[in-house]
Design a protein around this ligand. Structure first.
Ligand code: HEM
Ligand code: HEM
Length: 188
């Protein structure tokens, strides 16, 4: 699909980082929801916890790179005309998504380490626990992780609905700012 002439898209690196993070966050959410349901077979629960904790830790450097990239590469201007409330909604929801991408791995890490549980990848690399065991801290981090997870699901649902609305109904070029993941690669 051709990009509308007046719309400048995100650069190649921004797009790649967006889609790598999105492709990992969706299974992270699904695994998080399934592994916390009661009555799950033990082996499946263990496998999902293993997947969730370790992919979550692997995502940390990717998220950090994404944040640094974003801070040094501002978003391209939105297409005109676009209602003011939509610009504000986009800015707020994107800010919330970035904030949740920091809060979730940190609270997950604290919940696991303060609870005295393993994070297999870090343990294999010989990293220490970095946190003393504390039930109070583990419980607080668990509550935060849970609330942040629910909020992320809500914001991602709105985000995807907005993206679909731009792509399929408005056809205003907003979708092409982020898709395809590898191009067209204008310098932004
Ligand atoms: C899986 C389906 C997804 C679709 C279809 C999608 C689509 C898009 C599109 C079209 C944009 C460009 C919006 C614009 O031009 O202003 C965008 C931006 C963005 N998306 Fe997604 N997205 C998805 C998942 C996610 C997920 C899971 C996250 C984070 C948890 C996320 C975080 C962001 C952020 C933070 C921006 C703003 C980029 C910036 O200005 O730095 N997206 N997304
Ligand atoms: C982007 C990263 C992450 C996302 C989107 C995410 C999302 C979620 C979600 C949606 C849940 C279910 C919430 C609930 O019902 O309580 C969950 C649970 C959980 N997550 Fe994460 N998580 C992330 C990172 C991590 C990391 C890095 C760790 C640990 C190293 C972790 C450990 C856990 C644990 C232990 C639970 C179960 C909580 C409980 O004890 O009930 N998460 N996560």
């Amino acid at each position: 699909m051709a990009e509308l002439p007046e719309t400048r898209g995100y650069g190649r690196m921004s797009r790649r980082l967006h889609w790598i993070v999105a492709a990992a966050v969706v299974p992270m959410i699904l695994a998080g929801l399934v592994m916390t349901t009661e009555g799950l077979p033990r082996a499946l629960g263990n496998a999902l916890f293993l997947f969730h904790k370790n992919l979550g830790v692997i995502l940390v450097p990717v998220i950090l790179l994404r944040l640094v990239w974003r801070l040094t590469h501002p978003a391209p201007p939105l297409p005109d005309p676009m209602p003011r409330w939509q610009r504000i909604a986009a800015r707020l929801s994107h800010g919330a998504l970035y904030a949740l991408l920091v809060i979730l791995p940190v609270s997950g890490f604290v919940r696991v380490r303060a609870g005295g549980f393993p994070i297999e990848l870090l343990d294999a690399l010989g990293a220490g626990p970095w946190l003393a065991k504390s039930e109070t801290l583990a419980n607080a981090a668990q509550a935060l992780h849970h609330r942040a997870g629910i909020l992320l699901i809500l914001v991602v649902a709105i985000h995807v609905a907005a993206a679909a609305h731009h792509a399929l109904i408005r056809r205003d070029g907003v979708w092409q700012r982020m898709w395809p993941p590898g191009g067209p690669g204008r310098a932004v």
